[in-house]
Structure formats: structure tokens, C-alpha cells
Design a protein around this ligand. Structure first.
Ligand SMILES: Nc1ncnc2c1ncn2[C@@H]1O[C@H](COP(=O)(O)OP(=O)(O)O)[C@@H](O)[C@H]1O
Ligand SMILES: [Mg+2]
Length: 485
């Protein structure tokens, strides 16, 4: 206040002056025509960061936020009786920081001039808090709205309060249509009663907020179609009332796809089974034809040729001599090649002597061809003489053969160990090399079907395969088969 030291002040006037000066609420008086601040109290000075003396030097435009000033100017032009429309303004303090204020004004006449008494309430903090809350609310809303999952909140009686767009998509209802209605509407009729009981029991447990997952259950869409759902329910307290929040995912298609995949697997496994038995048969028959017919023919050729040799004159021309040598060589080569094909084709010892003997034989024949790799076969004597059903022995043999072939071709290993363990009820085969191992994606190389073959053969006899890095480097292929209980 400018003239606080008026000597003629009466006790009455002093009281009123103090009431203004020391009022805990910021107060200003301004001239409505000039816009100059006429009086200000201590609380106002504190609010704007000026001293009282500085404040009364100011024009209203100095304490208004630049963006709000035109509106204030407009207001000041109004007749004095016009009530102030907007009570929330942005002012600014000495540093120029915006302060949010709520004002109440009373128009007065002071020394024949139009003036206004203004009561200012600094609501900046409240405003900021409200704004933060609003943004938080908006963010949460956005999350709920953007969620692909159905988010449904109900009160303890199961009346729907929130039904997000995800829920609208899953159930085919609009949120308005369901607001306040029973959540049991979203279940097929036969489950409603049980669900209502569950819900009541869940809401009745007065423990702290808790959550419960659902196993897959049936839901009912607006169009009457039943769907498979999974999700969870949580219990939270909001404003002392209990709210149940259910989050659901429509897994109908997922389940259908799963079932389809499972079917396809089963079919594939049947197919492999059949192909394997056909392969076995075909190989056996081909081997028999090779051995019994082609083998006999070659043997006959050799005999005939030898007979011809006996009949030939003792001294052959050098040309005939060369042809004779070449013929011997070709016949030997044909026999050799046929034996090789027979070995390749048919695990000859498998049927007669069993898996261990056939594997041992296979390894020996490989060892002859791959001398840079030490091949070890680990098998206990009691396992050597054990027999398993023919499909199982055959699949295991073919798996071992592919794994062995892979190790020879790809691993650059110096040591390969095949081990066979088990008894009548189970059989464990492991093929392990100490080579370079292989990249994770090698198992599914396009056009390379060895690994897939291993998987499928195992699958067809219900065995479990693992193809993984071996301890200390290299690759380990292990197969475990168990007899059906
Ligand atoms: N023991 C192994 N060591 C290193 N790499 C291997 C081994 N076994 C398989 N692989 C890798 O896996 C790939 C796929 O094997 P496979 O399906 O049998 O096809 P293919 O033998 O015809 O290449 C091979 O090309 C090779 O890169
Ligand atoms: Mg291979």
C-alpha cells in the first residue's frame, strides 16, 4: 500500500488497513480505466514475487500472461456491472513464470474512479496435479483402448462397468449395450450359474488385491457363436468398492490351429511309418533281386568267361591278352560294386542278428572308408543280444546311419562314438562326434532332409530325439525310445 503512514488514521481505519495488508489471501485493487495496480497486500506480493512497492508500480498487463492479456483487456472494457465470465486466468510472476490463478472481483468506485478489488487464489499446483491426473487417466484409457485383449471390469455383483474395444471385438457387443448388464451374458447358458458362484467366491475373499489365471473356457459371442478364451481375473479396491478386472484373449483360432497341427503331425507320423516299412520291404526285395539274380548272372558270366579262358589257345595275341585282363577287371569290379550296393541297401545283419550287430557292421564298413576318424561303438554285452520290435530297430538303425554319415561328411571330427543302452522296455541311442558342431539353423537347411528324416523316423516309433551341441564341442544326436506301457 502506498500511503501506509497516514497520520490521521483512526483505530477503525487502521484495523481495516491491517485486514487488507495482512490478509492471507492475495488481494489487489486496480484502476479499471488505466489498468494500473493501485493497492496490493503482502500475500499478493509474495504470490507474484515482487515487493508491495514494486507491485503497485505495475500495470495489469505486467502480471498477466501475454496470451491471456487480450481477453483481460476486453473484459476491462465491459461495464462495471458485467460479471467476470472466466475466473481462471494465467498470470505471471516476477520471473515471467506462468501462475494459474482463480480470481474473484468486486467492482468499486474509488475517488470517483472505477476500480476493482481482486481476490487472487494461486491454484498452479492444483492445476498441475489435475493436469497430471488427466494425462495419467488419458494414458491408461489409451492402453485399455489399444489393447487387443478384452478388458472387462465389473462390480462384485458382476455388472459390467468397463468393456474396452478389445472386448467389443472379441464378443461382438458394443460397450453401451453391455454397460450395467451381467457379465454372465458373455458365457454359454450352461456355464452361467457356476460362473456366478465362482465370481462371488472370488470377490468374497477379502484378501489384498489378488489375481487368478483361467484355464481355457468357453465364451459366448453376440452372434451366438461359442469361442475359446483364456486370461485372468484380478480383484482391486477402487474408492473402497471392490472391482473385478478380467482380461481375456480369444484363443479359438489358436486352438483350432493347434488341433490341426496335431492332426497333421499324427498323419505325418503314420505316413512315415508306412513309408519306412515300404522302404524296408523295397530295399529287401531289391537286395534279394540283386543278390539272387544279378549276383548269379555275374557269377555265371565269370564262370563262362573262365571256361572260355580254359578253351582258348595257350598263347593269346597281345590284343586279346589285354581284353582278357580288362574283362577280369570288369567282372571283379561289378561284383565289388554289387556287394557295396547290397551293404548300402540293406542293413543285412539287422533282421538276423539285431541292432547292435548291424550297427557294429555298419561302423566297420565306414571305418574302412574313413580312416582319419576313430569310430567307437559302446554297447554292453547284455544290450548286444537284446532285440526290440522290428520297426524300432530299423528306425534306430537308419537314424544312426544318417547321424554317422553326417558326422563323416560335415563334422571334421577325429572321434565318433555310437552308444547303445537299454533293455527290453527302452532303448537309448547316441551318436556323438568331437567335430566343429553346427549352426542352429543347419537343422532346417532347405533341401537337406537328413535331419528331418531323423526326426520323422524317431517320431514314427514314438521316440524322442535331441540334436544338440556335445559337451566339449561337436554334435550329439540322441534318441530315446520307450515301449508303450
Ligand atoms: N555332425 C555334424 N557336424 C557338423 N554339422 C552337421 C552335423 N550334422 C549335420 N550338420 C549340418 O546340418 C546340415 C543338415 O544336415 P542334413 O539334414 O543331414 O542334410 P545333408 O547331410 O544332406 O547336408 C548339414 O548340411 C550340416 O551343415
Ligand atoms: Mg545328412
Amino acid at each position: 500500500m502506498q500511503n501506509t503512514t497516514a497520520l490521521s488514521e483512526s483505530p477503525f481505519e487502521l484495523t481495516y488497513r491491517l485486514l487488507f495488508e495482512r490478509n492471507p489471501l492475495p488481494m489487489l485493487v486496480y484502476d479499471r480505466d488505466s489498468g494500473r495496480v493501485l493497492f496490493a497486500n503482502l500475500a499478493a506480493a509474495k504470490c507474484y514475487g515482487h515487493s508491495v512497492a514494486q507491485l503497485v508500480e505495475l500495470h495489469l498487463s505486467d502480471i498477466h500472461h501475454a496470451e491471456d492479456w487480450p481477453r483481460m483487456e476486453e473484459h476491462m472494457k465491459q461495464p462495471a456491472t458485467e460479471p467476470l465470465q472466466l475466473r481462471v486466468w494465467r498470470h505471471r510472476d516476477r520471473e515471467g513464470n506462468a501462475i494459474q490463478v482463480e480470481v474473484e472481483t468486486e467492482d468499486i468506485v474509488l475517488n470517483n474512479r472505477r476500480a476493482s478489488v481482486v481476490l487472487v487464489r494461486n491454484v498452479t499446483q492444483r492445476y498441475k496435479d489435475a493436469e497430471r491426473l488427466r494425462q495419467e487417466h488419458e494414458r491408461l484409457n489409451a492402453i485399455v483402448n489399444a489393447s487387443n485383449e478384452a478388458i472387462i471390469s465389473t462390480d462384485v455383483d458382476g455388472r459390467i462397468q468397463t468393456f474396452n474395444p478389445g472386448a467389443e471385438r472379441v464378443f461382438g457387443y458394443s460397450a453401451e449395450a453391455l454397460f450395467g448388464r451381467s457379465v454372465e451374458l458373455l458365457l454359454p447358458e450352461r456355464f452361467r450359474l457356476a460362473h456366478a458362484n465362482h465370481r462371488a467366491a472370488f470377490a468374497g475373499t477379502h484378501s489384498p488385491p489378488r489375481m487368478m489365471g483361467f484355464r481355457i473356457f468357453k465364451g459366448l459371442r453376440a452372434d451366438g457363436r461359442e469361442i475359446d478364451l483364456e486370461g485372468s481375473i484380478a480383484q482391486v479396491k477402487i474408492n473402497s468398492g471392490l472391482v473385478l478386472i478380467t482380461i481375456l484373449r480369444d484363443v479359438t483360432e489358436l486352438l483350432a490351429a493347434d488341433a490341426e497341427r496335431q492332426d497333421a503331425r499324427t498323419q505325418l507320423s503314420h505316413l512315415t511309418h508306412r513309408l519306412m516299412s515300404q522302404e524296408k520291404d523295397l530295399v529287401k526285395r531289391t537286395a534279394r533281386v540283386l543278390h539272387d539274380q544279378l549276383g548269379q548272372s555275374i557269377a555265371a558270366i565269370r564262370l563262362t568267361f573262365e571256361a572260355m579262358g580254359a578253351l582258348a589257345p595257350a598263347k593269346l595275341s597281345s590284343k586279346l591278352q589285354r581284353l582278357d585282363t580288362q574283362m577280369h577287371f570288369l567282372i571283379d569290379q561289378a561284383i565289388q560294386q554289387m556287394r557295396q550296393v547290397l551293404v548300402e541297401l540293406h542293413p543285412s545283419m539287422l533282421d538276423e542278428h539285431g541292432l547292435a550287430a548291424a550297427l557294429d557292421n555298419e561302423m566297420r564298413s565306414r571305418a574302412l572308408r574313413k580312416s582319419s576318424m576313430r569310430l567307437v561303438f559302446e554297447v554292453a554285452p547284455e544290450v548286444s543280444s537284446q532285440r526290440w520290435e522290428s520297426a524300432c530297430e530299423y528306425a534306430m538303425f537308419m537314424i544312426a546311419r544318417e547321424a554317422l554319415e553326417n558326422a563323416i561328411r560335415h563334422s571334421r571330427a577325429t572321434l565318433l562314438v555310437i552308444s547303445l543302452r537299454g533293455n527290453a522296455a527302452e532303448l537309448a541311442l547316441a551318436v556323438q562326434d568331437n567335430g566343429r558342431g553346427f549352426a542352429a539353423d543347419a537343422k532346417t537347411k532347405l533341401g537337406h532332409l537328413g535331419m528331418a528324416g531323423i526326426m520323422e523316423r524317431a517320431n514314427s516309433i514314438g521316440a524322442h530325439v535331441e540334436i544338440c551341441p556335445a559337451q566339449g564341442g561337436g554334435t550329439r544326436v540322441s534318441v530315446l525310445w520307450k515301449a508303450a506301457p
